[in-house]
Design a protein around this ligand. Structure first.
Ligand code: AMP
Length: 577
């Protein structure tokens, strides 16, 4: 298939807000690939999602808008002024390229364009900037104007097709089996490797049986298991009976992959954060007794003089790209390991107790890695005692774990149940919201040009973001300024198509950044779309929302609290009252 045919599919997808239609368009695309192309379907999948490789492979184009500007000038043979004029009209470099670059008769295959884009991304070192611009402008001269539009958008990371992972999974099942019968199996495989391209390639080259038996791979991050919530120790025991309890550490989650001497670390949203935590690499090399392994834990900074662990606010300073050695000295990390996913074989289907047994056997005592203590409890009273102890030690709460629970990749379920400290008059748990826009603000705050943000929760089934609050308090002046800068970087000209909102902010942004919000309670509200069915069945809003974190770079928009959880929390709140 030619790249020029692929972008016609992109255009069709872009034109529809309906997920079912998007799925059908993708399925048609996958079916149209010939046998040879199906072996390279991973490239098609990545391009559909505006990428070259899965995000954890950390490949970036390193091309700013300024350089795109230059490349378009060179390809179209126009002046800087002309490009600027078009940009004022379209507000999008993709459309500027489409408008200015002329039609060309060359017809490049998908693989040819993919390889060229890869070449652009991989140029590094001296002179790489001009090589990138030259190669791109040459590519723009070899392709049609519609191809130019999407090529530029891919490079800028602004594809805007709104194709979520679930849509790709449905599309693959539809293309291969003509129905959705493979969807769950494909999703399971995807949860185990976080690489949609790989899953698609395996489906078409090795068949559904291989997908069904898919196992974790050291080096491919596993989508993390998440905890459900209940509001009392009684409810927990009623739900899962005898269970194991661990402290809930308030740091950041690390999934560590070790293959021989090669160690990689992935964050909660599966970004590759290896370079940030050299002591965890050292810890894994010194303290793990076996060759190949995947384990997970919560990293906390501690005071090297007293050994005491710091709060999340201090710990989170370790998530930075620079001055790592200095930070390592001032705020060294300890990793409390709570699960083992691979130890020579895939352990995710094994019961918790068995995984923990193996875990204890493969770790040597040392400075960095420590297995999180776990206590077996039978009654709500015992559980309450441990909960109180955990709070007294400064922990956030506890996580109760079902003894026979498997490691359920990518899912929030009752194999793990969290119970957190309750804030008086407040909802027990914080809510992870996605920012979809901001308001300039009035009065005092108007001087920052941002007074509040519009936030949503996520409906993963339908890939929709629904509003739940307008959030103005909790952020310092400095944070507001930084927030505005980052939001401007992902500004979009109109409401993103995955967002349902009755409110129109001054500036829309793509659903990307997550912020942690505390509120007094969840109330019914006619102005928000979260949980809204009709005029008679209004949606939900957060009462007195305040942010308790800055942008949580360790969480993706899809990791935000779900609409379903809000409904459950609303019901739990009623029960407590
Ligand atoms: P939350 O982010 O509020 O949904 O809580 C779940 C998070 O708690 C997990 O993603 C982990 O990062 C963290 N956590 C801290 N301690 C533990 C533990 N002992 N077991 C599992 N998760 C833990």
């Amino acid at each position: 298939m030619k790249f020029r045919d692929l972008v016609v599919f992109f255009e069709k997808v872009e034109a529809t807000p309906k997920r079912l239609e998007m799925t059908a368009i993708l399925a048609e695309l996958f079916q149209k690939l010939d046998e040879k192309e199906k072996n390279a379907i991973d490239e098609v999948i990545y391009l559909c999602q505006g990428q070259l490789l899965p995000s954890f492979k950390n490949i970036e184009f390193g091309i700013s808008e300024k350089l795109i500007h230059k490349a378009i000038m060179a390809a179209a043979g126009v002046s800087e002024k002309e490009v600027k004029k078009e940009l004022r009209i379209f507000g999008d470099y993709g459309e500027v390229a489409q408008h200015l670059c002329k039609e060309h008769a060359h017809s490049l295959s998908i693989s040819e364009v993919y390889e060229c884009l890869k070449e652009i991304a991989l140029f590094s070192g001296d002179g790489s900037v001009s090589k990138k611009v030259e190669t791109l402008s040459k590519l723009l001269q070899d392709i049609s104007s519609l191809e130019a539009k999407y090529t530029v958008r891919i490079i800028l990371g602004k594809m805007r097709l709104g194709i979520g992972d679930p849509t790709v999974l449905d599309g693959l099942s539809l293309a291969y089996a003509a129905d959705k019968s493979l969807r769950l199996k494909l999703e399971r495989a995807y949860n185990l490797c976080f690489d949609l391209g790989l899953v698609a390639k395996m489906l078409f080259s090795k068949g559904p049986k291989y997908i069904e038996e898919f196992e974790v791979i050291v080096g491919c991050p596993v989508r993390m298991a998440l905890a459900a919530r209940l509001s009392s120790t009684e409810e927990i025991i009623e739900k899962i009976g005898v269970c194991a309890v661990e402290a809930k550490y308030d740091g950041f989650r690390c999934q560590v992959h070790k293959r021989g001497n090669h160690v990689q670390i992935f964050s909660r949203n599966l970004e590759n954060t290896t370079h940030m935590f050299p002591e965890i690499i050292e810890g894994a090399l010194e303290q793990i007794k076996i060759k190949d392994v995947i384990f997970e834990g919560e990293a906390l900074a501690y005071n090297p003089k007293t050994g005491e662990c710091f709060s999340f606010q201090t710990t989170v300073q370790r998530k930075r790209k620079y001055d790592i050695d200095k930070m390592k000295e001032s705020f060294p990390l300890k990793l409390f390991i709570f699960d083992l996913l691979y130890a020579g074989k895939d352990l995710t289907p094994y019961p918790y107790e068995q995984r923990r047994e193996v875990l204890k056997g493969i770790i040597k005592p040392g400075k960095v890695l420590e297995v999180s203590p776990s206590v077996k409890v039978k009654t709500a009273e015992e559980l309450s005692d441990i909960f109180e102890e955990a709070l007294a030690e400064g922990r956030e709460g506890i996580v109760a774990k079902r003894l026979d629970g498997e490691y359920k990749a990518g899912g929030r379920n009752f194999n793990w149940i969290k119970l957190k400290r309750s804030y008086s008059g407040s909802l027990q748990d914080t809510i992870d919201c996605v920012i979809v826009g901001y308001f300039y603000g009035k009065g005092l705050r108007s001087s920052f040009g941002i007074g509040s943000v519009l936030v949503c929760v996520y409906d993963g089934k339908n890939n929709r973001y629904r509003t739940i609050a307008k959030l103005g308090s909790g952020l310092s002046e400095d944070e507001l300024r930084r927030m505005k800068k980052r939001l401007n970087g992902i500004q979009v000209p109109e409401k993103p198509k995955q967002v349902d909102s009755l409110i129109v902010p001054d500036v829309w942004v793509g659903p990307k950044f997550v912020i942690e919000v505390q509120a007094d309670e969840i109330t019914k509200s006619p102005v928000h779309t979260c949980g809204k069915i009709s005029e008679d069945y209004p949606g939900f809003a957060l009462r007195f929302p305040r942010s308790v974190s800055f942008i949580r770079d360790d969480k993706n928009a899809e990791d935000a609290t779900s609409e379903e959880e809000i409904i459950q929390m609303f019901m739990m709140q009623g029960r407590r009252k």
